[in-house]
Design a protein around this ligand. Structure first.
Ligand SMILES: *Cc1c(COP(=O)(O)O)cnc(C)c1O
Length: 488
């Protein structure tokens, strides 16, 4: 009590304000679907937010919560709404939202130790390893997202390649003999990781894709063979279990064969599509390939609907991960008694972060609450809704389907008579009108050199009716836009 008093909050304050926050949470989650998908924050509000200095005098908790309700809550990103289908941002599951608050209350550092959050994270990691059929010797941890997972994995890949060639990358840094292979549709986080690791993007070999935007294993084999003949050191190949652009799944088993033949580390980016491949019957063949990776990135904060941030990296050979990152004085290294206060080997020895948040609680609560079968239903439904959307686009005379895979549909408005060289500008303008219109929300991308509207459905609130409403919105605004442009 006296300690709470010191922070200025009595037990009654805590209880009263927690109830108020619970109501705010519920209001937000319940009312969000009734409002516009996106509402641009007014200019004055933005200016005030950015210009207001931190004052000497604080404000009461009620005032701060009022300000949240008035200024912040009404101007969300857009995810959480049933007609948000942009990028790869899901609606959070309510239990994950509540878990976030509970995790913050406990606020451990999950660097390591012998406390519940450490063991819970091991359990969560194990649940994913179970889906791959991995039984031991692996390491895994929750990280901020796919980018951090990829950086972690490629650091381990480089360390293995360096060690095999008698190099000490930890002491000496990178070698200009290293090479990394990535599909032309690989996510930019692979390039970022290669750059940050000092390997340099000039040492990325881009592997050709086929007509369906899947990495061509034959070309990968050629590139690796040429590099080996040249005395270079192949560090890793990066393949995708669901590309972010079109939802293409690379032929993972064939790629794993190529990598195994040449002893090259295979990293698979499943940040977006991983959960679907791990859980859905329809991707069973891809799962067999996925089980053979050296490392895998999956983002629970995408297609598992966990609130940001929650990424996962799994590394098949846990010893390599530890050799890559372990940097602890001998008195902190805990290989001894796992029941002691030191607990199992610390997560901080297997990755980048030292102080680590309790991400495991929200992931665990959702997986535990929904179970495998409810997750299967939800993810399968997202794929089916995307199929309905794809069919609607394909049937519409003024829409053109450009690419589609998993729960992604890329298309454009193509009104009769509008010349090809005006389509990109038309669709760019149209996208902005859709985004500002408040009825639906899509992203834009480039598919085979043309501008596309891109829907990505990782949203359990988004029904087939919503998907068709999004298509309608695009058509209606597309026609209206054409009319105004022609009148000018
Ligand atoms: C989102 C995404 C990433 C990057 O993950 P973050 O969580 O945003 O860091 C990488 N690859 C794919 C396929 C993605 O969808």
């Amino acid at each position: 009590m006296s300690e709470l008093g010191r922070a200025g909050w009595s037990a009654e304050d805590i209880r009263r304000i927690s109830h108020r926050v619970a109501d705010q949470l519920a209001d937000y989650l319940i009312e969000l679907p009734d409002g516009p998908v996106y509402r641009r924050p007014p200019r004055e509000l933005v200016e005030t937010m950015r210009a207001t200095p931190w004052t000497d005098e604080g404000a009461s908790a009620d005032t701060v919560l009022d300000e949240f309700a008035e200024r912040i809550a009404p101007h969300p990103f857009g995810n959480g709404h049933p007609r948000f289908a942009a990028w790869v941002n899901s609606s959070p599951h309510p239990i994950g939202v509540f878990a976030s608050a509970l995790a913050a209350a406990m606020d451990p550092s999950v660097a390591g130790g012998n406390h519940a959050s450490v063991h819970l994270e091991h359990q969560v990691v194990r649940w994913f390893a179970d889906l791959l059929g991995w039984t031991g010797g692996y390491s895994g941890q929750l990280v901020s997202g796919g980018s951090a997972a990829t950086l972690t994995a490629l650091a381990a890949a480089r360390h293995r390649a360096a060690t095999r060639h008698g190099l000490d990358d930890r002491r000496d840094g990178s070698s200009d003999r290293f090479a990394v292979y990535a599909g032309s549709d690989a996510h930019s986080c692979a390039t970022k990781a290669v750059e940050v690791l000092g390997i340099g993007s000039a040492n990325i070999r881009i592997v050709d894709s086929d007509a369906e935007h899947r990495l061509r294993p034959g070309h990968l084999a050629e590139l690796i063979a040429a590099d080996l003949a040249d005395g270079r050191i192949p560090v890793a190949a990066v393949a995708s279990a669901g590309t972010v652009n079109t939802g293409a799944i690379d032929p993972l088993a064939e790629i794993a064969d190529v990598c195994a033949r040449h002893g090259v580390w295979l990293h698979v980016d499943g940040a977006y599509g991983g959960p679907a491949v791990l859980l859905l019957e329809r991707y069973r063949e891809s799962l067999a390939g996925l089980a053979r990776v050296d490392s895998l990135a999956v983002d629970p904060h995408k297609w598992l609907y966990v609130p940001v941030d929650a990424g996962l990296v799994l590394i098949r050979d846990g010893a390599v991960a530890r050799d890559t990152f372990s940097l602890v004085p001998p008195y902190l290294r805990t290989d001894g008694d796992e029941d002691g206060p030191g607990g199992p080997p610390w997560f901080s020895e297997f990755g980048l972060e030292q102080t680590r948040p309790f991400r495991a609680l929200k992931v665990w609560m959702q997986l535990r609450h929904l179970g495998r079968s409810r997750y299967r239903e939800l993810i399968e439904r997202d794929v089916e809704v995307a199929e309905q959307m794809r069919a609607a686009v394909a049937q519409a005379p003024d829409l053109e389907l450009l690419a589609s895979g998993m729960s992604i549909v890329c298309f454009r408005h193509r009104p009769v008579g509008l010349p090809e060289d005006q389509l990109d500008a038309h669709n760019r303008g149209l996208l902005e009108q859709v985004q500002l219109g408040g009825r639906s929300f899509l992203a834009g991308t480039i598919v085979d050199s043309v501008f596309a509207l891109r829907a990505c459905i990782v949203n359990p609130l988004l029904s087939t009716a919503d998907a068709l409403a999004i298509v309608d919105d695009v058509q209606a605004r597309g026609v209206a836009r054409l009319r105004t442009v022609r009148r000018q």
